[in-house]
Design a binder for this molecule. Sequence first.
Ligand SMILES: Nc1nc2c(c(=O)[nH]1)N=C([C@H](O)[C@H](O)COP(=O)(O)OP(=O)(O)OP(=O)(O)O)CN2
Ligand SMILES: [Zn+2]
Length: 145
Amino acid sequence: MFILKAEVQFDLAHYLSNYEGKCSNIHGHRYRLIAKVKGEDVKKEGQLRGMVEDFGTIKKALKEIEDYFDHKLIIEDDEIGQDFIKRMKNSPQPFEILTVPYRPTAEEMSRHIYHMLKDKGFDVHEVELFETPTNSCIYTEADND
Ligand SMILES: Nc1nc2c(c(=O)[nH]1)N=C([C@H](O)[C@H](O)COP(=O)(O)OP(=O)(O)OP(=O)(O)O)CN2
Ligand SMILES: [Zn+2]
């Protein structure tokens, strides 16, 4: 089996609702996203001969994910999140807020990104998301060996 690896990074603000400690405040990370796409064999002919997938195609999809998250604030769609968004609507500054149906941990975000890539048609092996230079989560699915 072949496993291709590509990486992007993005800056994103978040907070963890009902978390006790410094992460209950809004703060930011430079996230590092490493995606692995698998293939049993390389293509036999045409433009992709000798390749599982063009790195450029993977990079383009990762860039779209980078743009989706980059320089935004991600907020869980819970009571605190909805209240926050309501208050921000009165602000003269049109902040870009991403509302998600999960607590934005490295675990939930890596699972979300895994499915974003799958929905784009990639045979995803795993997604690793670094929240800090030393902490990361790897998301994969059981049938994925
Ligand atoms: N399993 C998880 N644990 C934590 C997550 C997470 O996504 N999954 N997230 C956080 C916070 O977002 C936090 O910002 C990370 O905090 P921390 O590990 O404290 O990282 P720092 O680099 O800020 O640590 P210092 O030791 O203070 O430098 C918490 N836990
Ligand atoms: Zn954090």
